[in-house]
Design a protein around this ligand. Sequence first.
Ligand SMILES: CC(C)(COP(=O)(O)OP(=O)(O)OC[C@H]1O[C@@H](n2cnc3c(N)ncnc32)[C@H](O)[C@@H]1OP(=O)(O)O)[C@@H](O)C(=O)NCCC(=O)NCCS
Length: 157
Amino acid sequence: MNVTSGKIDGSGVTLRKMEASDLLRVLEIESSCYGSESWPPAEFIERLNNAKATILLAEKAGQIAGFVIYSRNWFKLHLENVAVCPFFRRAGIARLMVSRVIADLPAQKRRRVVLEVRKSNLAAQSCYEQLGFRKTGEIAGYYWTDREDALVMEYRC
Ligand SMILES: CC(C)(COP(=O)(O)OP(=O)(O)OC[C@H]1O[C@@H](n2cnc3c(N)ncnc32)[C@H](O)[C@@H]1OP(=O)(O)O)[C@@H](O)C(=O)NCCC(=O)NCCS
C-alpha cells in the first residue's frame, strides 16, 4: 500500500494523542457523528486508560476536528471508531488519521488493520478503499440499533 504516493492531504492538520482534558470536545464530535448511537463517556475513558488502545486526535486551526480509536489485539489492530466533525469534512482528515493507524502497524508489531462499517456507509467505505482496505466479510445484524449488516474490511501490509 502506498499511503505516501496516494492522496492523503489533510493539509494544516496535526495529529496527537488524546488527553483526559479533551474528553468534552471528543464527546461533542462523537455526538455530531453518531447521535443516539454515540459511545458513552465510559468507553472513551476506558480506552484512555487501556495500554492497548490509542485515541488519536486531528487538530486544525487550533480546534479538535476528529479522532480515531484503535486497539491492539492478538493478531491485528482493530479500528474501532473514526469520526470527523461535520464542519471539517471532505478535507482529507479521515484519510490522514486512518493512514496514521496503518503507519503504526510496524511499531505495534502487527500486519493487519481490521474494521467494521455499515453496509450503507459508502462514504467511509470509499475512504478505506482509497487507503488499501478490502472487504473480507460481512456480519449480519451487527448494529444493534437497527440490525443493519456490517462489512468487515481489512488492510494488510
Ligand atoms: C466518514 C467520515 C469519517 C469521513 O471523514 P472525512 O474527513 O470527511 O473524509 P476525507 O475527507 O478524508 O475523505 C476521504 C474519502 O472518503 C470518501 N468520502 C468522504 N466523505 C464522503 C461523502 N460525504 N460522500 C462520498 N464520499 C465521501 C471520498 O472518497 C473521500 O475522498 P475525496 O474527498 O478525495 O473524494 C466522516 O464523514 C464521518 O465522521 N462520518 C460519520 C461517522 C462515520 O461514518 N464514521 C465511520 C464509521 S466506520
